[in-house]
Design a protein around this ligand. Sequence first.
Ligand code: 5GP
Ligand code: MN
Ligand code: MN
Length: 343
Amino acid sequence: AYRAHAERMAAALTGLDRVVVAAHVHPDGDAVGSLAAAGHILRALGRRFMLYARPGLPRYLDFFTLPAPLYSSLERPPFAPRAALLLDCGEPERLGPELAAALPRLKSVNIDHHLGGSGMGSLDNWVEPEAAATAQLVGYTALAAGLPLTGGLAQGVLLGLVTDTGGFAHGNTSAAVLALAAHLVAGGCDLAALRERMDNTWTLGHLHLWGELMGRAQLLENGSVAFCPVYLEDFRRHQAMKEDLEGFVEHLRRLRGTRAAVLLREDAPERCKFSLRSFGPVDVRAVAARLGGGGHRNAAGGTVQLSMPAAQAALLEAIRQEAQERAVEEGSAAQGTEAGSAA
Ligand code: 5GP
Ligand code: MN
Ligand code: MN
């Protein structure tokens, strides 16, 4: 079903040169894997490219080999950029202000799996919310370009799949994802080795931070919402970094009976970042969107210019409103069915 799109993307990439290959700020494994895989494709096509993501690789991915240096600024590019390939980035703001400002002067192609931002590529867009990872789409693009999925290209695709499916466990782990992963492993990728290098990177401070946060977690809204706040002071005390929180919110969601998990992180006295997780039909993207954020149905996030207590109140209110609207919609849908069967 993706074949025609992948072929169109392969053709679009062939038409680009002096390309800034960019992913969202604070890149995760899908962003980094997509950057790497796309870089390998452009190299194979003989195009000049640079890799761009702010502020750089997270520490848990510093082992990962990229096909070119990663830039976190456009101040000294290796060439004057003419084009951009945008990856895993739902909206232009998520590229960071520098590239977002430069974007109107560049021909751009956008490959992504977030809802929204579907038109931000000026030349072409492939936005597939049903895809598990952007790296999945980049992998199909490589195949459409006639490239074998081996070496660094394959590693990039696998890193993206592993990250965004939670190690092939989330609801987005389709047959197509597993087939692509099988193809990568058959091509020489070592899944266990990748996991070992990604996962076994913790500092003691990281572990202690998690211990303290686990002790602090609460159940709210009659047990339906798992909640945990993280303060700037926590990072200082444990000499930990923001990225050490990666994966923590998934543990909150493990609490029996919860519909949604909320991790709230203080970034400044009046600025907080929130991470939301859910399972199945519970849509946390809609909750995040009420507060200016975005993401996917079961994994979403955003930033609010509020104090921690105000942000907590705003999030809980958004969750209540969203649940209420769903209940009203379901109610009217059920009524509609009754009316239909009565007629
Ligand atoms: P996380 O909670 O792991 O930071 O992010 C989960 C998902 O939420 C990401 O994959 C991304 O799609 C989305 N997300 C996180 N932060 C933001 C944000 O500030 N803005 C938007 N639009 N989406 C976000
Ligand atoms: Mn991402
Ligand atoms: Mn992604």
